[in-house]
Write a protein that binds this ligand. Sequence first.
Ligand SMILES: Cc1cc2nc3c(=O)[nH]c(=O)nc-3n(C[C@H](O)[C@H](O)[C@H](O)COP(=O)(O)O)c2cc1C
Length: 346
Amino acid sequence: MAKVTQTSSRKADHIRINLTEDVRSGLTTGLERYRFVHQAVPELNLDEINLCSTLFGKTINAPILISSMTGGTDQAERINLTLAEAAQRTRIAMGLGSQRVAIEHPELAPSFQVRRVAPDILLFANLGAIQLNYGYGISECLKAVEMIEADALILHCNSLQEAVQPEGNTRFAGLLGKIEAVCKALPVPVIAKEVGWGFSERATSLLAEAGVTAIDVAGAGGTSWSQVEMHRAENESQKRLAAAFIDWGIPTADSILNVRKAAPELLVFASGGLRTGTDIAKCIALGAALGGMAGPFLKAASRSVEATIQTIGEVKHEIQVCMFATGAKDLEALKSTELLIQSSTH
Ligand SMILES: Cc1cc2nc3c(=O)[nH]c(=O)nc-3n(C[C@H](O)[C@H](O)[C@H](O)COP(=O)(O)O)c2cc1C
């Protein structure tokens, strides 16, 4: 029970700190450097713009993902059910938080099981890739997928977060071969995801060789997990270590381009600091299939299903207006829309 209590209190800390403290990265997403070319004569009707796409066999009505966040406590279960109901009613995609706690304590599985309110959504399971170096294998990955009837498995790569956590798992050597074995054996696609520091070209190439189907960049510019850990630190020394990484990471825009360049065949999910529909539209123009947000949806879900649906609706509408004003009738057209790069002196 001690372990459940420890993990539960860490999860509760994460939610509390993300809701009440300033945990923003010192970096920006890099998206502010890009602008769309305005089209005064779009030759389109706003209400006919199509935001639908099909991913892993499921249709989503807007290119929006509720990024992986939580599970494992009563509060986390309420948040997951709120997010899932909103995702079902708007037909967007959703990821659950790391399911390790429920693999180790199956009685906690219901806090992740959202299919009862969201039977149709594109849904992602989640485990820390590092667990593959601490005894996990294909069977635990399969359990995570089956536990929530997921369409794909996200393996999050959070080396820096583990390194600034007093209780972190930091033995990352030899992980790629294990990721490769999981990609080969699992009946669903595997997505590699960061947690807010992005992917380099080198990391992308290694993961592509290991066989992942997609990369969720989770770049720098939004929630900073070193800042979250700084607020959890138990002493000044831990606090100073975490605080040193406020400006760390690869901004989301750069990370999308890294993945496109190093592995053009991979599907790219954009996330990390996306806060508006325009941010998501820019990511799609840079080559992403959709854009994910964590922090903003956590805040909405702490209020209600309706507040979450409203947030989703506003983001979706803004994407639609962006597409209208750039003359893109659907997401394929948005992908090939030109973006202007701002000079840094402006
Ligand atoms: C409360 C909270 C818990 C999170 N837990 C997980 C997790 O279990 N697994 C994971 O892959 N990412 C997790 N993340 C990271 C997010 O999925 C996302 O990559 C990161 O917060 C950056 O996105 P943002 O700037 O939109 O918040 C969590 C984020 C938050 C806010």
